[in-house]
Ligand binder design. Structure first.
Ligand code: SF4
Ligand code: SF4
Length: 257
């Protein structure tokens, strides 16, 4: 049988890896675009406006978006965090210059989230629910930043997202502060208990050489090579970005539904 030349092997590798690397370029393009749109969209992700609207008996944009994120996580896990979130675009840009891994403190966001969601529930109960839907609540023609006050709020939120990445490390906002992540973590836990078909990572760990490339590529600082070795690919902090899949030189990790 004719031996495969190094050139042929290289062509094979390019064919195999080309689309995978393109996938990460597409992902980075999407989250960067989402970040540039953030001045338009940030009221639809606001943790404050949902409280204000609830006190007035109104279902606002962020109520609807957070509900959709929860529903999407029942099938797509935290794919929103990896593929769409504007905060991802901001933080992954910063992680190019500040690569420190974040290994502790994922519980901190729950200390923020539990009192916050409790206030929303209490207000909704006190008001006997909601009597109006206004997706564009407090926006001007759908735009979030439309005056000096919203511009100041926008800068404050931007600093809240960006500074932890500089000070603490990669995607620290997602690990420690984000009020949206818990909705998706809860949805993902429900999915895991019910075990219905959903997007997840799987690994053929007998092909793994423990080269650590996947661990180094993970924007969420997860110990991916360890996850592969122990065959435990489920992690509540995994945002299903696919960086480990596309970085692995032996195609060990895959998406599966
Ligand atoms: S990059 Fe691939 S081969 Fe390397 S440790 Fe990760 S799964 Fe194993
Ligand atoms: S484990 Fe893989 S898919 Fe999950 S966040 Fe890390 S790099 Fe992305």
């Amino acid at each position: 049988m004719k031996a495969i030349s190094p050139w042929q092997l290289n062509v094979f590798r390019v064919t195999l890896e080309g689309p995978l690397k393109s996938r990460q370029k597409i992902r980075l393009g999407i989250i960067l675009f989402s970040f540039f749109l953030f001045p338009v969209t940030f009221y639809y992700l606001s943790p404050y406006l949902i409280v204000q609207a609830t006190s007035e008996g109104i279902i606002n944009g962020s109520f609807i978006v957070f509900s959709l994120l929860f529903l999407s996580s029942l099938v797509l896990g935290r794919a929103f965090c990896g593929w769409v979130c504007p905060a991802a675009g901001c933080q992954e840009t910063i992680s190019r210059v500040r690569e420190k891994r974040v290994l502790l403190g994922n519980w901190i966001k729950w200390i923020i989230w539990i009192p916050w969601i409790s206030v929303i529930i209490i207000l909704a109960v006190q008001n006997s629910g909601y009597d109006k839907i206004d997706f564009f609540y407090q926006t001007t023609f759908g735009f979030s930043v439309s005056n000096i006050y919203s511009a100041i709020t926008y800068v404050f939120v931007l600093l809240l997202i960006a500074l932890p990445s500089f000070i603490v490390g990669k995607r620290s906002f997602c690990h420690h502060i984000c009020w949206m992540a818990p909705f998706m973590i809860v949805g993902r836990k429900i999915r895991n208990v019910c075990n219905w078909p959903a997007l997840r990572l799987v690994a053929d760990n007998d092909q793994c050489t423990q080269c650590q490339t996947c661990t180094n590529h993970c924007p969420m600082s997860l110990p991916v090579s360890e996850m592969v070795e122990t065959n435990k690919m489920e992690n509540t902090e995994c945002v299903l970005c696919g960086s480990c899949i596309d970085g692995c030189p032996h195609s060990v990790i895959h998406y599966q539904i």
